[in-house]
Design a protein around this ligand. Structure first.
Ligand SMILES: C[S@@+](CC[C@H](N)C(=O)[O-])C[C@H]1O[C@@H](n2cnc3c(N)ncnc32)[C@H](O)[C@@H]1O
Length: 290
């Protein structure tokens, strides 16, 4: 069922920015871990976007957000293994003036035995996404023009039940925060070993009612999975007038040592981005806290 909600968010305006950096680093870390074993897995991307963004696109060029995200990272030789994996995944697209979105990263990582479900509600974004994913020739990749949370409910748990979910909503509507919390709580009742990466914005008081909503969402979700940590990349001071001063990922049932790999990678990212950027990693649920 396609809900009648207004969709004005276009990811092209933000392609390759600092939020994509932390989110895609983490998503690659999760998928790499799934690929360590020769057993099939399924990935779900509930808010997939258009899949690939040309740097020459007018919308991408509007604010050139990639200039303070992927651009300074593209030519470095990183020390940290996860940052290296992120850069080597994105560079082939970058060399042809493109930034790859999460569904293209996900679909390109699938082996013949794996599956991926990429969901997008915006009609023209879904149409572009379908072509982008078709061009990967990934056998198990499926594009759905549908509500991602409804799709997640309908398609999980997968068989076999190894896999991960990326949830990357635009958070345009305040209600989305509650809808995400309900969707993830419901997911764990059906699929208790799911690995989930949830992206969230860090918003100052200028965001009005949305300021503090991400923190409330994390609090509401912290007991849903067996374990969970958050990783954040702050790119500005959290003063009242900054708006979005960074973003984070909440990783539920994270793979072994992903916190350590993210810590190493983000430390290096902050050195490269310079300015006011800093990061933090914090466990919100450990085996001991159960
Ligand atoms: C932040 S963008 C996704 C970016 C993408 N995950 C990436 O990292 O490349 C959010 C996308 O969610 C889509 N969207 C909004 N509401 C949705 C819904 N209920 N179900 C599926 N997609 C939705 C928007 O049209 C937009 O393309």
């Amino acid at each position: 069922m396609v809900r009648s909600i207004v969709l004005s968010y276009k990811h092209a305006f933000h392609a390759g920015n600092h939020a994509d950096v932390i989110k895609h680093l983490c998503w690659i870390g999760v998928i790499d871990y799934l690929k360590n074993k020769n057993k099939p897995f399924t990935v779900f991307d509930t808010h997939a976007g258009a899949g690939c963004y040309s740097l020459n696109d007018e919308q991408v060029q509007k604010n050139k957000e990639y200039q303070s995200g992927f651009d300074p990272l593209a030519n470095v030789t990183p020390q940290s293994q996860l940052l290296q994996r992120y850069i080597e995944t994105l560079v082939p697209y970058w060399q042809v003036q493109q930034y790859a979105g999460s569904p293209l990263i996900g679909a390109s990582a699938l082996r013949d035995q794996d599956s991926g479900h990429f969901m997008e509600l915006h009609p023209s974004e879904a149409q572009t996404l379908a072509q982008v994913i078709k061009d990967t020739h990934a056998r198990g990749a499926h594009v759905h023009h549908r509500d991602g949370l409804e799709g997640l409910r309908a398609l999980t748990p997968p068989k076999p039940n190894r896999g991960a979910v990326l949830i990357d909503p635009p958070y345009e509507r305040y209600d989305e925060y509650k809808e995400i919390e309900t969707a993830i709580s419901g997911l764990y009742k059906r699929w208790n070993n799911a690995q989930v990466v949830l992206w969230y914005p860090l918003l100052s008081d200028r965001a009005g009612v949305k300021a503090g909503a991400s923190e409330k969402l994390i609090e509401g979700l912290k007991d849903t999975a067996k374990t969970a940590f958050i990783a954040e990349l702050h790119v500005a001071c959290a003063r009242d007038d900054t708006g979005m001063y960074g973003s984070g990922v909440m990783v539920l049932n994270p793979p072994w040592q992903l916190d350590v790999r993210m810590d190493e990678a983000l430390k290096e990212v902050c050195t490269i981005l310079q300015g006011q950027s800093h990061h933090r990693i914090s466990w919100v649920k450990t085996e001991e806290s159960q």
